[in-house]
Design a protein around this ligand. Structure first.
Ligand SMILES: [Fe+2]
Ligand SMILES: [Fe+2]
Length: 264
């Protein structure tokens, strides 16, 4: 059995801090063999940089994935190629820097991890996530024993459709981007684990990780404001996938939530 802990979008300093404080213990408590985390919001709520990537990798994250905020921090496009355990979304134009997947050894099982961006209500120019996922599976055949596919998308329908599309062909299809964890963790009939959204790792006394007041104000009067990262009710949110390597199917998927002990 391989236990994969997948962590939803790490948001700003509060998200990074709870990872530094709690991930090592959580890993032990859950018996996780590998930790994959989306860190597209790790730097001040938007994007990532080399220093933050290094510190996340040093605090127990094995693989870092990214999303539509991948290029928000200046200079990261020059740094990303130095990181062998970081991948950018696979369906971005090929000319984008960075790897389109990471393969990590999980107790002898070669797990390939990649992300595809959805295209419904999303900003970046991305190829079809369904066809890209098919192409990735084909490209990595023989190099990997299983695939953890992240669907970074707004529309639940697109995420669920990708789950069905890859059922029986992926270890799990796990969603990110909405920052709201969903209650639909399941193993699909052909053995692929699924969760529509793993939620965010960051402050929940917020609007998707940002301070409530300016976001609410923007909705009320439409005037521009700075959306700073909020601070209250910090949680880790993610999914734990139990995968039976011998039977080649996921056995269980569950949502994981960890609240900061101090209740801040
Ligand atoms: Fe995000
Ligand atoms: Fe996103």
């Amino acid at each position: 059995m391989a236990k994969i802990l997948f962590i939803g979008d790490i948001v700003g300093k509060p998200g990074r801090e709870i990872i530094a404080e709690r991930l090592a213990r959580l890993r032990t408590e859950l018996g996780a063999d590998v930790v994959v985390a989306n860190a597209e919001n790790a730097a001040a709520g938007s994007g990532i940089n080399g220093t933050i990537a290094k510190s996340l990798l040093a605090t127990g994250v094995d693989v870092i994935t990214l999303g539509d905020h991948v290029w928000d921090q200046r200079g990261w496009d020059d740094e990303i190629d130095d990181f062998t355990r970081v991948c950018r979304p696979a369906n971005l134009p090929e000319s984008n820097p960075g790897r389109d997947h990471v393969i990590i050894d999980v107790k002898g099982f070669r797990l390939a991890v990649f992300t595809v961006l959805g295209r419904t209500f999303m900003g970046l120019k991305a190829d079809c996530p369904f066809l890209t996922a098919d192409a990735m599976l084909k490209k990595l055949e023989g190099q990997a024993d299983g695939f953890l596919v992240e669907i970074h998308a707004e529309a639940t329908s697109e995420k669920i459709a990708l789950g069905w599309h890859l059922d029986g062909r992926a270890v799990a299809v796990l969603g990110t981007h909405t920052h709201v964890p969903t209650a639909d963790a399941a193993v699909l009939p052909k053995g692929t684990g699924f969760l529509c959204d793993a939620g965010m790792t960051g402050p929940y006394a917020s609007v998707l990780g940002r301070e409530i007041e300016p976001v609410l104000g923007r909705f009320l009067d439409g005037m521009p404001r700075r959306f700073e990262v909020a601070e209250g009710d910090v949680r880790i949110s993610g999914a734990l996938v139990d995968y039976d390597v011998a039977k080649k199917r996921a056995v269980k998927v569950e949502l994981v939530t960890v609240r900061r002990a101090s209740g801040r």
